[in-house]
Ligand binder design. Sequence first.
Ligand code: GTR
Length: 464
Amino acid sequence: MFNNKLLVTLLTVFSTISFPAEVFGFSNTADSGWKASPELIEALMKRRSETNYSEQRVPKYTLPNPLVLSDGTRVTNAGTWRTKRRPEILELFRKYVYGRAPISRPKDMTFEVFELNKKALAGLATRKQVTVNFTGKKDGPKLARRRPGMDILIYLPNAAKTPVPTFVILNFGGNHTIHRDPAIKLSESWMRSGSKGVVKHLANEESRGRSHSGFPLEKILKRGYGLATIYYGDIDPDFHDGFKNGVHPVFDKLIDGKRAPDAWGAIGAWAWGLSRAMDYFETDDDIDNKRVAVLGHSRLGKTALWAGARDERFAFVISNNSGCGGAALSRRRFGETVERINKSFPHWFCENFKKYNGKEDDLPVDQHMLIALIAPRPVYVTSADGDLWADPKGEFLACKNASGVYHLLGVDGLGVKQMPGLDKPVQKGTIGYHIRSGGHSLTQYDWQQFMDFADTHFAAVARN
Ligand code: GTR
């Protein structure tokens, strides 16, 4: 058996004489920043032999060019991007990946601020809790909760003298899990079992504040930002039930009793819910709706990217460890693949996406084009060193390959060609990126980078 330490030592020596690291299945040469730990690769390959974690086994692939129209014409100016290529790519993602939302803003939707406290968190913030009732009917739609619609929990810093730039993020456990504040309404929605404070799919007091480490609320407020959050299960519970609960049955248009192959999946529904939150922000004078950042972790990072791609009202888009179907290039087939994600989570994407199981090269898009749809708005993508399932290099390469569209629109893209080192954020362009130490999670370190990046880009919005 080859000893790992010896292997690393040998590689270090070889790299000084420019030996190609690819020979050993590593992703980068010595001067190119982050490399996956060989020990981790080995351990993961043992645990999941069907999954590829080796750069050497990444197949050769050609990415579709975001700057060539489907009829082969090159896109050489911003006007053609805006009027032709952007709509074309958006439609491809709707049709083949996330599915089509049958409705945009429902005409009878209502907003009810059911709680308001101007002295929340010992006077630091104003707390608002708002129910968005998608249909305006009190007991109409079966949304798997007692009250129809979704609840937005909002904290805004009292120190602010003007409308507040705000981060909006879907959460996994209910609004009451993001902070111990006893006034946050305990969610009444369906919950996944197996977590602290969830019994028979209902949350209890024990779950209050359970996820606070991913939501450094006081720090966010002290830096002058607002935080708005929504439990994703209010929009659509995250399990495969043939689209019988959540917003799907409320708005779906069936053809001969069946859903269309491009009907929206769960990610499409969650992203749609984020746009309905944006509809509310536009009515709230305390929120600066020109400076709303949409952010999400993991499956909700995929969601944030799709929400930001389809709804240009989001001024800044952040994907944390989003991986396959998020920021990672599908064609690399590294870590989680299209086939694997469609089998494990058949309800996340549209039915058409399943045609590409094992056939990534046939996809008319890849995920760099999802990032390109956000251009010229700022976008920030993160990876984590221990999260090879999400393919950090694939996430970086999607950012790099989206950069051409940013340049065409007159702004910087990613600004670097090689992956940065661990914990060395790249923030000089309009696409930000970092790979941090640690595993698959949303951390205070991540938030700090998002706020630094927002400081730069939101200041520019304020000047315009
Ligand atoms: C995993 C899934 C990933 C990622 C993650 C999450 O099981 O394979 O695509 O989204 O869940 O959302 O936590």
